[in-house]
Design a protein around this ligand. Sequence first.
Ligand code: HEC
Ligand code: HEC
Length: 363
Amino acid sequence: MRALQVAVLACLLAPASAQGSVEGDPHFVRGRALFDKAFHRASGLGSPDYNGDSCRACHQDPTLGGAGALELNVSRFGRDSFGAGPYRDLPGGPVSSKFRLPQVGGREEYPPAPNFPDVFEQRQPPALFGVGLIETIAGATITANEDPTDANSDGVFGIARRIVINGTIEIGRYGWKAQVPLVRDFVHDAMAEELGVTTQDEGRAFGRRADADTIADPELPSDAIADLDFFLRGLPAPARGGSSDPRVAIGEASFAQVGCAVCHRPTLQGGGGSVPLYSNLLLHNVMPAGFRGMAEPGAGVGFYRTTPLWGVKHTAPYLHDGRAETLEQAILQHAGEAQASRDAFAALSTPEREALLLFLQDL
Ligand code: HEC
Ligand code: HEC
């Protein structure tokens, strides 16, 4: 099974290029083994809650490092006074949970207790291919495309996620609300939130230093975090399908023409060249009026990072909560800032819509 996964990984993903030598690197091999490793109570699993016993448990489709199916979604819980707002976190802050309400900070409360949850948001496990290239995109490159006042009056705004770390503002790149700046930060965060494993303080406020189980903290040393970080950053970007169907190019032109590319920008400049991610990495509100979900500092209710579309052929179901089964449904469910673009897509002829979908299937 393991050998098969690696073989599948090798042929599914990008051509050798810059990544060629990474797979044999001992850091990569150790990081991949850690990503695949099933943790146990004795190795620190749980705080005592946990959502999965390994990184692989949720990031596995179609191969190690990939996306997760609907049943692997995690849920977030909060309060918005039955939609009247404003949104607020439950005591103990936002926590992702897979099976049930996390048992921390008095969360297991029901009406009329003051802190019972009344709003829930599901989040899909995204595929991790290409996260290393996204990390090379400078914060200034991301903020260059912001349009907080809609200065060009196209109905599309776009704001970068700003996160204060040690008094310095950094730009978020990862997570559905772009809440995390670096891959390494996400490794700490996922160890804490998903596995309930504590990590060494590396001075950036992600992860958890101590938990309520009996295993000595930190449960995972910094060199293990470094190996996981190296592995994830070495995962190649998704490879283009390479279809020779002439409709793919027609679909690509329509994609730009109906305004998809304003948010799903085909490329952003990275440290080693242009990164074909099909995202501007900015937050947009494309939810319908009355949408209820979580708010985080700098990312209000309904605001999500433009999802990168590279590899989208492998990541159904779609949207942050997986509520769209097909690419067409995902497009038709865009509203808010993307309403005009969505309507322009819907107004295309059937062959034009099919061509656009074929183009997406080729990314
Ligand atoms: C229970 C399922 C689950 C497990 C287990 C899990 N993840 Fe995730 N992962 C998610 C979900 C859901 C998201 C999106 C979270 C969000 O944005 O709120 C995510 C997002 C990520 C991202 C950000 C990707 C991007 O492009 O935005 C990284 C990196 C990541 N996970 C790494 C890991 C690592 C490393 C582990 C093991 C320590 C791990 N995950 C374990 C569900 C899981
Ligand atoms: C105003 C910015 C904006 C425009 C315009 C826009 N999108 Fe999106 N798109 C987003 C955001 C934000 C999300 C994430 C929404 C969510 O997860 O709930 C998204 C999600 C998606 C997804 C789901 C990807 C996944 O893996 O879940 C697809 C597919 C998609 N967009 C395609 C398109 C196409 C095709 C068009 C043009 C018809 C378009 N989008 C126009 C911002 C935009």
